[in-house]
Write a protein that binds this ligand. Structure first.
Ligand code: FBP
Length: 348
């Protein structure tokens, strides 16, 4: 079969009326920026891109209060620069910046808002484990010329596009416009993303789960129960054995699920309760939920569908349960059931 490049695929999506020319250009620009990030990550120590940003006595901190890695800053700058002049954006927002970035004066503005986590899985950069970029695209409200944070606070169901790129043994882009989820692999010789899987389906059943087990004692009771049953395997109520994986790069853990099924959890726990969760709604949970749902999977907070949440803050954090539908439903059911029993108990 003749290889289909990302550009060709975008033209097909435009002809099908799924996207307009401006959104097509936006995706092209983001994909090109991610190719530059792939080159930087691939260079590793030889490119002087490993380690912390800032100096030993003055580490550079991001809005999340996290010490930034050099590649966090480099990736953020590459994406900002690439998206400044194309005329397809009204503004963009990043995990690494407190407020939205306006389009510099002198450049044309577009109808779209772009949100991104420029380099997900930062804790794995220096140990050569897969990291990635995650992005989400929204429409800018018509009468807004200088978008503020509040203009980005739209539910995940209003996303026009979402995607991630994994910088691993190969560089892979996974994308949805709401008409299925598709995978492209970077052909390094040609320098183009080539369609490698169209219309991905995540199996509803799975025997593989991903969670940071070291947080177990901090989990809520329904999460303890759910994971306890997975670990009990054939000796427990689930009657089958489950295997565990945890890369600690959300993009890599989600890409494994998009590739062969599985379920991923970053639940609420006593340590992060005050923050509302670990992962960010606008540029981690919402785009991944859109991608997974379009591939036949499910994504909840353990209680609600992630994509129906009304965002309250640009850097808001939420619990994340996503992947093979059956397991997300079981884990979510255990949480809702426990809430009902607690409510009943409170009433009695
Ligand atoms: P960032 O690296 O973008 O801050 O993302 C957070 C993240 O690294 C996710 O990619 C990953 O799933 C999770 O945190 C790992 O958490 P932990 O360190 O608790 O295992």
């Amino acid at each position: 079969m003749k290889p289909v490049s990302l550009i060709q695929f975008l033209i097909e999506e435009r002809r099908a009326g799924h996207i307009n020319a401006e959104l097509s250009l936006l995706i092209e620009v983001v994909a090109r920026a991610c190719k530059r990030i792939a080159v930087a990550t691939n260079k590793g120590a030889l490119g002087g891109v490993l380690g912390m940003a800032g100096s030993d006595d003055a580490l550079s901190m991001n809005i999340q209060g996290e010490a930034q890695k050099k590649l966090d800053v480099i990736s953020n700058e590459i994406l900002l620069e690439a998206n400044a002049w194309g005329g397809h954006l009204a503004a963009c927002a990043s995990e690494e910046m407190e407020d939205p970035q306006q389009i510099p004066d002198g450049y044309p503005k577009g109808q779209h808002l772009l949100l991104f986590d420029p380099l997900d899985g930062s804790s794995n950069i220096d140990v050569n484990i897969s990291v990635g970029t995650i992005f989400s695209v929204l429409r800018c409200p018509d009468d807004v010329t200088e978008p503020k944070a509040e203009h980005f606070l739209q539910p995940g169901t209003t996303q026009l596009a979402a995607g991630y790129v994994v910088y691993g043994p190969s560089t892979v882009l996974v994308l949805t416009f709401g008409h299925g989820t598709h995978e492209f692999t970077l052909d390094r010789e040609v320098g183009s993303f080539i369609l490698s899987r169209r219309g991905i389906r995540i199996p509803e059943e799975t025997a593989e789960f991903a969670i940071n087990m070291s947080n177990q004692r901090h989990w809520e009771a329904p999460m303890q129960r759910y994971v306890g049953e997975l670990l009990a395997g054939t000796t427990g109520p689930r009657g089958k054995d489950f295997n565990m994986r945890w890369v600690a790069s959300m993009v890599a853990d989600v890409h494994r699920i998009v590739t062969r099924g599985g379920v991923f959890f970053y639940p609420l726990d006593a340590k992060i309760k005050a923050k509302g969760g670990k992962l960010r709604l606008m540029y981690e949970a919402n785009p991944m939920a859109f991608i997974v749902e379009q591939a036949g999977g499910a994504a909840t907070t353990g209680r609600e569908r992630i994509m129906e949440l009304q965002p309250t803050g640009l850097h808001q954090r939420v619990p994340v349960f996503l992947g093979s539908k059956k397991e997300v439903e079981v884990a979510t059911h255990y949480h809702l059931q426990a809430d009902h029993l607690q409510a009943d108990g409170a009433r009695d």
